[in-house]
Design a protein around this ligand. Sequence first.
Ligand code: EPU
Length: 419
Amino acid sequence: MNKISVMGGRKLEGEVNISTAKNSVLPIIAASILSGEKCVIDEAPMLEDVFVISDVLRTISTDININEEANRIVIDSSNIKDCEPCSSLVKKMRASFLIMGPMISRFGKFKLSLPGGCNIGTRPIDLHLKGFSALGAEVNVGHGYVEAQAKKLVGNKIYLDFPSVGATENIMMAAVMAEGETIIENAAEEPEIEDLGKYLNNMGANIIGAGTDTVRIIGVKNMKGTTHKPICDRIEAGTFMVAAAITRSKIKINGVNEEYLKPIIAKLTEAGVKITSDGNSIYVDADRDLKPIDIKTMPYPGFPTDMQSQMAGLLCTIKGTSVITETIFENRFMHAAEMKRMGANIKIDGRSSIIEGVDKLTGAEVRATDLRAGAALILCGLVAEGETEITDVYHIDRGYVSIEKKLQGLGADIRRIMV
Ligand code: EPU
């Protein structure tokens, strides 16, 4: 298994280009099977999660061509025969569940192996399934599988108990060809949902309000093929903003949408980082002493849970006490134990982590327990004294395109060790 080694202590400088968003491209790939016509995704991020969801769809005879040099994915699902993808692949990645909505919509059925918990929480899918039932599907859970069938789906009003990103996306995809109108209330408002809405509308759907708390879907008869470029990855951009902040450096980040970054910009600004923007780029200047801050993760437009671990790393290097409260996932503090091995002073109290800034972090051998925790450990390694070696980097590869190469481009002393 690969490792990443970071020698801490270098300032960063220069520019970095942000890739398109993992959390946009995954539902978009899933949505592509709503039509038997070819769909093309341009400037797709070449990530492990993209390869896994593609492999899942290949097991139900979807033809997926990934051109890694051109960053293009061509999806042809005209030959799908059955709706029971290979369970060992489905289990490899939770986001496989995004194909439930498209399958029930186009084929009136699916059977998937149920997800277990994962490193950040139990992550049930009850809201997805309630949505399918509300549209008229018969949903059964048993023997480790979830199965659904519907002769036809009929639009309905669906109120989500919690604005779940995946449930909003799955219900939108399930409802595009349902008879009549579906309204999702208390829907998740993440920019990736707006992007999915645009993609579905380009495929022929009639969706109004994707990316707001009320999504209206008027059922259409058919969906067709289309071409799309997903939005930029706001979490990758945020991770590089923190890379600049933790090393007290100045860098330019290209290919971003400032609007999506507002909650991250607000918190970094509160900590004393200077952030300006010109259209598609933002400039991060952290070449000064920073202040401790408190953070609470919330559904969008609140502070993203996917930036929580990286911010924890930064706050470890800022004198004083900071508190992070995690409200989305119940177990997203696994980075703390690893950061403590690097000299961090973090106490976990229920859903909060209390971080006391330390004079210095020290390099250590640490483990990426999940995607964002892994990224946070790289960030800590950038300022730690000596060498930090991060294992289980496959978690990081799930969601960051060539993270070590992008950091090398900014002057970091970081390399991948192929084991
Ligand atoms: N939840 C339920 N029941 C459901 C669905 C969700 O109780 O039926 C709970 C979850 O257990 C969790 C909370 O609701 O506690 C939020 O889950 P949500 O459904 O919003 O998250 P998701 O769709 O599973 C997506 C991203 C995550 C990101 C979250 C929150 C994708 C593929 N994944 O997950 O991304 O953290 O939204 O913003 O879009 C990451 O990129 O590192 C990542 C984990």
